[in-house]
Write a protein that binds this ligand. Structure first.
Ligand code: KG4
Ligand code: ZN
Length: 359
């Protein structure tokens, strides 16, 4: 089965082609350069950039896959969560392709895409991991710029949110710290690079570990953000250049985030006894975070998986394609929109939750 998948939920315009669970092409046009000077994603700029790029990115994905739209059996598109006016661009493109070419359309939840991204294989059928559908129940740890969630699932298509952030997402905390330190957008890559140059060992700044004393599986990163803000002000008043303290500060911030993620993941494993952990979302680009999650899994004598390529960590359409494929394969009852009226009625849902079905 050939699936064409589209994601325009935030600041990447992405179209992918999958042959069953194999990613044949995964074209991503990033808007980071456009949003950088504003210190974050500006929805109207995102919408315009998606509109400008969507046709070209679609053509390129098909071309790279050496396929024509007539060879596509199903179109998958992200309907939420994400920025409303950005989601709309992908949905409109998907609707047009589906109607013009008589192809069915499958609405996909962006977070289900992140969750199932580890199931995707490369174009040759390799995934660098042994993850298979017998490894349920699973726990998913989804850490991105908009979400921080722990998901329990016994099968594809059925999800329970067992923990989530009460305020900022983990990626958002990285982005906000970068803004405070004037390091640009997005914050994750630069903060983790600075953290590598520093050390958290001396605990110079006494940053709090979010939700350290809470026994549930929820997260909260806004307290850590505020603590960072006050510390930075205090240091900047006293300190003169060179600003080497910034490296240790980033290392300590990263350590606080990691300790918080570790603590809640441990509780989730002890409570739900999953067979494995699935990691997803842009924040797993951070090697130390992946390592910490793998260690927690190892201690519990289970495996932790992440996608075969870092291109599938941050937003991309291949993850939307694999979510559609697995739902079709497992006959989960996912909505398949076939007639023009149903297809045209597909609407974005900026606050869609992974545990709700479309429609
Ligand atoms: O999944 P994603 O591409 O978009 C959303 O769905 O939000 O995640 C983007 C987030 C941003 O907040 C970015 O700062 C973070 O992922 N990120 C990182 C790293 N690379 C990207 N966070 C920590 N360490 C990184 N190396
Ligand atoms: Zn995402």
């Amino acid at each position: 089965m050939n699936i064409l998948a589209i994601d325009t939920s935030c600041d990447e315009t992405s179209v992918a082609v999958l042959k069953n669970d194999r990613v044949i092409s995964n074209t991503i046009s990033s808007q980071i350069e456009l949003h950088k000077k504003w210190g974050g994603v500006v929805p109207t700029i995102a919408k315009r950039a998606h509109q400008e790029k969507i046709d070209k990115v679609t053509e390129e994905a098909l071309k790279k896959a050496r396929l024509d739209i007539n060879n596509i059996d199903a179109i998958a598109v992200t309907y939420g969560p994400g920025l409303a006016i950005a989601l709309e661009v992908g949905i409109k493109k998907a609707q047009k392709l589906a109607i013009d070419n008589g192809i069915s359309l499958i609405p996909i939840n962006h977070m289900e895409g992140h969750l199932l991204s580890s199931f995707a294989k490369n174009s040759k059928g390799n995934s660098k991991n042994s993850l298979n559908l017998n490894e349920f129940p699973i726990i998913g740890i989804l850490i991105s710029g908009g979400h921080t969630e722990l998901i329990y699932s016994e099968k594809i298509g059925s999800y329970k949110i067992i923990g989530e952030t009460l305020d900022d997402a983990a990626g958002e905390a990285f982005d906000k710290l970068a803004k405070m330190l004037d390091l640009g957008y997005p914050g994750g890559p630069v903060i983790s690079e600075f953290a590598r140059k520093g050390s958290a060992q001396a605990n110079r700044f006494h940053l709090p570990i979010p939700m350290e004393k809470s026994a549930d599986m929820n997260f909260s990163f806004s307290g850590l953000k505020t603590a960072c803000l006050y510390k930075i002000r205090e240091i900047q008043k006293q300190q003169k250049s060179p600003k080497t303290w910034v490296y240790d500060f980033c290392a300590e911030f990263e350590q606080s985030v990691i300790k918080s993620l570790e603590k809640k993941l441990k509780i989730a494993i002890d409570t739900y006894h999953p067979k494995c952990i699935l990691m997803g979302g842009g924040v797993i680009s951070n090697q130390k975070i992946r390592k910490a999650i793998k260690k927690i899994a190892k201690d519990a004598e289970i495996k932790a998986y992440h996608p075969y390529s870092s291109r599938l960590f941050t937003d991309n359409a291949a993850m939307v394609g694999i979510a559609a494929y697995l739902n079709l394969k497992q006959e989960t009852g996912i909505r398949i929109l076939e007639n023009s009226r149903e297809i045209m009625e597909l609407d974005r849902n900026p606050v869609a939750q992974i545990n709700e079905k479309y429609g």
